[in-house]
Design a protein around this ligand. Sequence first.
Ligand code: ZN
Length: 472
Amino acid sequence: MALLSAPSASVLRWLLPSATVVFAFALAGVVFLPEDSPSPPGATIQTGIPAPEARIPLVAGEGADWTPVAGFDAVASLPDPAPPLAAAPMRLAPATRIREQVEIRRGDTLLKILLRLGVSRAQAHEAIASLEKVYDPRRLRPGQYLTVELERLRSEENRLRLAGLSLPVGFEKRVRLARSEGGVFEAATIERPLLRRPALASGSIDGSLYRAARAVGVPGEVLAEVVRLFSWDIDFQRDIQPGDRFAILYEEILSADRRQRRGGEILYAAFDLGGEPLTAYRFTRSDGTVGYYDRAGRSVRKSLMRTPVDGARLSSRFGKRRHPVLGYTRMHKGVDFAAPRGTPIYAAGDGTVIFAGRNKGYGNYVRIRHNGTYTTAYAHMQRIAEGIRRGVRVRQGQVIGYVGSTGLVTGPHLHYEVLRDGRQVNPLKLRQVAADELQGAERAAFGRRVAEIEALRTRLARERLIAENAAE
Ligand SMILES: [Zn+2]
């Protein structure tokens, strides 16, 4: 880990004085960096998410690393610059092209920016009206960049004319406005080419998994998915000890200029919690469904989550106990997780809501039917999430309500029940629920897939080692 973090830190330190300002916007881990500008070496980040440039390459070599992973549709490495915005220059008006890279500042509007650049008010209005057909310029946010192209018309006393403009919209699109040959502005939304490559991140967990994973560049959405994937086998609040290790092999998606990136599919993830390592390999079954399986071909995603709430403390176990409010001993038919009021509660598995509302001592209560055998129940909610009502389908991990203290309770907690054939069972003992297991030809195909992923993982690890040694 030290090998990974040290060079990034030095790059950052080097950068700070000259920092070309960079815009960070909260689209789930997507880093926005100005595009189309002459890139200073390693222009970077204010998000804490290492930009690709500031990171030790997970794959050695520049440009030669786009080995498509089987099953990924790798996109060719196309440049994503701003090609000339306007159509062919007009022959009769010899002009000097000026390209301006503009950062949106607080209080800016597109109109103000264009006027500031010397565009006439009439032309600015014309351009904005045209742009509005595909993009609402009020969506521009401080820190965002746009490229404006101007022409200085020598024939008209060096008057400035707007030739076009371009700006990235999210990760996958760019809006471009260009003056056509007829002199009319035309706006269009263009797909930005994306690059995909496999990335391997690993490390040991000293504080939180979140910090450890982000420190080695794992995008937030990838990490969230990994946590979801293992939420049955690992209790992330309690099972993780200092020194436990993780590895994640995922698809990294970059804008063609490599200034923005985000996570794609997870190919492989593993945790070594001081015992038998837990692994998950992505595999597409013959019917097209995608799942994650351990080395033996057993589904990693079990039917239900053991702890359907984050950051909670197990405050009361399943079994006989003295009831805190009623005062006499009786069976506690679920487990209690103490958590701050308002903490989101997740559906423990895919299923259908069969009850959502007030339920006597249970307070605000939701019950979900997962299959013919299992239902789960969630009690004492502060409130039930919007849209959660009888008959609604929910996905595993979907927020169904918020921790509260409605009903017969002393303090905010989630009372969670798992019912097998209508009878409460101990959710903490559900580990043994038979997992879906690959059989026959599918099992064989899975074996081949595991070998491919392992080969890729080995190659990436070796290349990273070489890169790290070279950096020393
Ligand atoms: Zn309880």
